[in-house]
Design a protein around this ligand. Structure first.
Ligand code: NAD
Ligand code: UGA
Length: 463
């Protein structure tokens, strides 16, 4: 089938950027991104393209080029489903917070609702594409719902997981290492795969488009995230050993990364990985493994999360210990709240957990992040439900100027590796702080020698 009309359900961090790039590269295809969240759709349609709901370098230009030409954002879900030949499902699949599998399994309620809605609306054959990250064998459940509740039309289900990383989403989508498409081995399944291959082939070299069976595709996504997160936990484990032995984790990472079998990426020690997916996907992998009785497999992967939690906790504990075992009433400046640079996404950011620990110790947090505002910070803390919202509000102050955040602070903690932090006038910050002035660099971002020369007591992860 030659695809000329695509619908994507879910206008989030994946659906929005992915569809914008498809629209840009496939001017002959009409792409409609739909969502139940009216405010989010309104923001995607905001006249000022700088106000789209997701900050990603380069995204607003692509949206400006394509919006209302062949890219549309809408809340009219049924209409978009009806018109499309191919439907991406790109809704959120968070960790379950209730019932069986609470805290581990992926919550598939949004996926199931999409399937039921598609089944209800579809009046002709359609290709359904799993873009969300899903437990292996979800396609089976999707197919059962679609075939048993639909209007007798044919559905082909493909798995096409997304590998973009936030902050580099546009570049990742324009130049993917690979595009993975899993489908049924039947002739109809293979035809559906080819229809989607033809969409990507508008800009992705064919040798980078990988075709597998559905289950391999679903499981490859969980596996890729588990392997990436495992590298971060591995280097973070070594960072603690480095701190005890006067080895320097940056030197160790460089030395091992030059081994071409290991490779240099994802070896940056940090305050801990965050983001909406690593933890959720590994927990899901652990849950699935346990469900099959594979307890050793489950324990192996769970350790990646245990290490990450430990890394966050030991960062906050170290701040308290270094500040003479009390931060009560002290001002701690936080630079960064997003889970990594170049994104406004804060989901599972290590900063949230570090702040929570320090507020437990009655610290006052003065925060600056280039892309995250006060309401989001409070919402993130309230979500943890550690204390009353009013108490979070008392302890968190956000600033739109980093120098004001640091003024009269006892310590600065670097939580996100925003490039701009490197270029600050650190002498000016030092002069405005209480002495001794401490920096806890959770990202190994600043130049240790330079900071010490200014007069800071400077500590970074793993050295
Ligand atoms: P998100 O929360 O930013 O976006 C999901 C959107 O789906 C929300 O706006 C929500 O309102 C909408 N939605 C939910 N149910 C709906 C329904 N029934 N009808 C219409 N809209 C509905 O999530 P995200 O970060 O874009 O992630 C989506 C999926 O992609 C997840 O499975 C995630 O694991 C996966 N993924 C995410 C990333 C990433 O970098 N964020 C990368 C790769 C894969
Ligand atoms: C990650 C994967 O990289 C993507 O391929 C995947 O599509 C995505 O998850 C997903 O499924 O959601 P993302 O979470 O956006 O992307 O960002 P990463 O660059 O992977 O960073 C994740 C976390 O690990 C961040 O907090 C980052 O600061 C941290 N990190 C990363 C380190 O601490 N050290 C490193 O060396 C690399």
């Amino acid at each position: 089938m030659k695809i000329t009309n695509i619908c994507c359900i879910g206008a989030g961090y994946v659906g929005g950027p992915t569809m914008a790039v498809i629209a840009e590269k496939c001017p002959h295809i009409k792409v409609t991104v739909v969502d139940l969240n009216e405010a989010r759709i309104a923001a995607w349609n905001d006249e000022d393209v700088n106000n789209i709901p997701i900050y990603e370098p380069g995204l607003n230009e692509i949206v400006a080029n394509t919006r209302n030409k062949n890219l549309f954002f809408s809340t009219a879900v049924d209409q978009a489903i009806d018109e499309a030949q191919l439907i991406f499902i790109s809704v959120n699949t968070p960790t379950k917070t209730y019932g069986t599998g609470k805290g581990m399994a992926a919550d598939l309620k949004h996926i199931e609702l999409c399937a039921r809605q598609i089944a209800k609306v579809a009046k002709n054959d359609k290709i359904i594409v799993e873009k969300s990250t899903l437990p292996v064998r979800t396609a089976e459940a999707l197919k059962s719902i679609l075939d048993n509740t639909g209007n007798g039309v044919q559905f082909q289900i493909l798995s096409n997981p997304e590998f973009l990383a936030e902050g580099t989403a546009v570049q990742d989508l324009l130049h993917p290492d690979r595009v993975l498409i899993g489908g049924e081995t039947t002739p109809e399944g293979q035809q559906a795969i080819e229809s989607l291959v033809d969409v990507y082939a508008n800009w992705v070299p064919k040798e980078r488009i990988l075709k597998t069976n559905v289950w391999s595709s679903e499981l490859s996504k969980l596996t890729a995230n588990a392997f990436l997160a495992q590298r971060v936990s591995s280097i973070n484990a070594m960072s603690e050993l480095c701190e005890k032995t006067e080895a320097n984790v940056n030197e160790v990472a460089k030395a091992i990364g030059m081994d071409s079998r290991i490779g240099s990426k994802f070896l940056k020690a940090s305050v801990g990985f965050g983001g909406s997916c690593f933890q959720k996907d590994i927990l899901n992998l652990v849950y699935i493994s346990k469900a099959f009785g594979l307890n050793e497999v489950a324990d192996y992967w769970e350790q990646v999360i245990i290490m990450n939690d430990h890394q966050k906790r030991r960062f906050s504990r170290n701040i308290v210990q270094t500040l003479y075992n009390t931060v009560s009433g002290k001002k701690i400046a936080f630079l960064g709240w997003a889970f990594k640079k170049d994104t406004n996404d804060t989901r599972e950011s290590a900063a949230i957990y570090v702040a929570d620990d320090l507020i437990n110790e009655q610290a006052n947090i003065a925060l600056y992040d280039p892309k995250v505002g006060h309401q989001q910070v409070l919402a993130d803390l309230d979500y943890l439900d550690t204390r009353k919202p009013a108490d979070n509000e008392k302890h968190i102050h956000t600033f739109d100027n980093p120098y004001m955040a640091c003024e009269n602070a006892h310590a600065v903690a670097i939580l996100t590796e925003w490039d701009e932090f490197k270029d600050y006038d650190w002498k000016k910050i030092y002069d405005s702080m209480l002495k001794p002035a401490f920096i806890f660099d959770g990202r190994n971002l600043l130049d240790a020698e330079k900071m010490r020369a200014i007069g800071f007591v400077y500590q970074s992860i793993g050295s």
